[in-house]
Design a protein around this ligand. Structure first.
Ligand SMILES: [Fe+2]
Length: 396
């Protein structure tokens, strides 16, 4: 693992700066298949970001790969596990994230990879401890290539939301705070995120997650094959405009976009995950705009209506959610204005998304597993306890 950013090229030539008027194609010899564009600075005010872009990184392998799938250390004495839905979301009670041993942290990472999001209540973990926990898992998300630049911002991300965002998300194609995987427009999008809400509104502000395993496996086999051949551009353009124009913020990095596979393989579970989100995905590569818009409309509707692959979490003071952005998308509910809401979020960066030939849909794997006795604890309760006597067939 190198901590130094690799040398880059611009438009196929030795780098000589970014174009302010049109997208600049940035590439790296070590990452030949990567396609990344730095977009022009938007004509909204006079802000010039301090950083141009972030270089690709090799990241440490997932701690979840080292964990026992029976989770014997995490699900110890006094710990209760509640699967909130069959497809996604597990709540753990009876433990403090601030007290986890390393082997428990590994098992938590494995559980999150399978269940998409793991919830906790009444946590005493501090912002510094959140950062320390995530430093155990991997590399922090930084605003630019220089690790020195990010030391402070990597400590935590504070979210303070008291405006009515339903009136300010005008730059997005879909209304307000749509489903997204955190910073999916990055070359190395975050793998894990953790949010602790310390000042929840009395009601409202729930967050919703959708399983990417679920939205992939519930497509027809024909459509699964089709989307596996596609890649999509994930763009920071809309959020850049919103930050600058409506949130009075100053984005640290230029708007940029990266081409990622529409179906990606999770490095721990090996499952295929639908790697699309209406918050950041702008277009499918290689199609004309009409084709791309229509196919994305179909797939975004599929995601928005996947209630059987979703979980909704009501925040209380010091509730925590730890989620895997490679297996889920999420969406906050901005229904609490003008009440203040405050939380602390940390992330780590993940691998560059890929679709591996030997990966499979979760449902295919589970179909084989469900007839095996004594399935490991990492699988959901229904799969471990169900009796599958017959295959369900369509009625007509
Ligand atoms: Fe998010």
């Amino acid at each position: 693992m190198s901590s130094l950013a690799p040398a880059f090229e611009v438009n196929g030539l030795a780098a000589d700066g970014l174009d302010d008027a049109k997208p600049t194609q940035v590439s790296w010899k070590e990452y030949r298949n990567l396609r990344h564009n730095v977009l022009p600075i938007r004509p909204l005010g006079s802000h010039v970001p301090a950083h141009g872009f972030k270089s690709p990184r090799d990241v440490p392998s997932d701690r979840g790969l080292l964990a026992d799938p029976n989770l014997p250390n995490l699900l110890g004495l006094g710990v209760q596990r509640i699967d909130l839905t069959p497809s996604i979301g597990t709540q753990l009670t009876g433990l403090q994230l601030s007290q986890l041993t390393d082997v428990q942290k590994d098992e938590l990472a494995l559980l999150a990879a399978h269940r998409g999001v793991v919830f906790f209540r009444d946590q005493d973990i501090t912002a510094e401890q959140q950062r320390a926990l995530f430093d155990y898992y991997g590399l922090p998300e930084l605003p630019g290539d220089n690790p020195e630049d990010g030391k402070k911002s990597a400590t935590n991300t504070i979210q303070e939301q008291e405006q009515d965002y339903r009136k300010t998300y005008i730059h997005f194609k879909w209304p307000f705070a749509d489903f997204h995987a955190d910073s999916s427009f990055e070359i190395n999008p975050p793998s894990f995120s953790l949010l602790r809400v310390d000042e929840p509104p009395p009601t409202g502000g729930d967050t919703n997650w959708i399983s990417g395993y679920g939205t992939f496996e519930s497509l027809s086999p024909t459509l699964q094959k089709f989307v596996e051949g596609l890649s999509a551009w994930h763009s920071a353009g809309h959020v850049y405009d919103s930050v600058l124009n409506h949130w009075s913020g100053h984005p640290p990095t230029r708007p940029r976009e990266t081409l990622h596979p529409v179906v990606r393989t999770h490095p721990v579970t090996g499952y295929k995950s639908l790697n699309l989100n209406s918050g950041f995905v702008d277009r499918i590569d290689g199609l004309n705009r009409y084709e791309s818009d229509k196919i994305l409309e179909l797939l975004f509707t599929h995601i928005h209506t996947a209630i059987d692959h979703s979980v909704r979490w009501r925040w209380e003071k010091n509730s925590v959610a730890l989620w895997d952005n490679r297996a889920t998308t999420h969406r906050a509910t901005h229904d609490y204005a003008p009440i203040h809401r405050h939380g602390v979020r940390v992330t780590i960066i993940g691998e560059i998304p890929v679709l591996k030939k030997d990966s499979r849909a979760r449902r295919e794997v589970e179909k084989e597993l469900r007839n095996q006795p004594n399935l490991p604890a990492v699988y959901n309760e229904n799969l471990r306890k169900g009796k599958y006597l017959t295959e369900t067939k369509p009625v007509f």
